[in-house]
Design a protein around this ligand. Structure first.
Ligand SMILES: [Zn+2]
Length: 131
């Protein structure tokens, strides 16, 4: 499946999972597929194609309203953490997803990974262990 169709299939599956509600504001008819964990912008184009199944997987994406939800909060760490918890509550294994990202991108140096995701993983891991 090419990336365009993969994105459509994932978006439809997520709209069903989210009951056609925006994960951020809870209102109906969200329209923007957002990569919250591994983002296209993290990867060169060639790797975006190779990793399309990871990028556009249900666990890696949520559907938000583009405006204002995604525009206002799409690039914030706060949203990443909120979505991580949401995904875990939906039955997805967020820590396994981060492990899959790490395996797929061994070239991310520990410094780059720390900067991007370790704090997030650490927070999530700590929260989940506390439950
Ligand atoms: Zn919204």
């Amino acid at each position: 499946m090419d990336q365009h169709h993969l994105r459509i299939v994932t978006k439809l599956a997520l709209l069903a999972e989210q009951n056609n509600r925006c994960v951020l504001c809870g209102k109906r008819d969200p329209n923007a597929l957002h990569e919250w964990a591994l983002k296209r912008g993290d990867l060169p184009k060639k790797r975006q194609e190779e990793l399309a199944n990871l990028l556009f997987s249900e666990i890696n994406c949520v559907v938000l309203h583009n405006n204002p939800c995604h525009l206002a909060f799409g690039q914030t760490r706060w949203l990443e953490v909120e979505v991580a918890h949401y995904k875990q509550d939906q039955g997805h294994d967020v820590l396994a997803h981060f492990a899959a990202i790490r395996t797929a991108i061994p070239t991310w140096t520990s410094a780059a990974w720390d900067k991007k995701s370790n704090r997030l993983v650490g927070r999530i891991h700590g929260d989940f262990q506390a439950r």
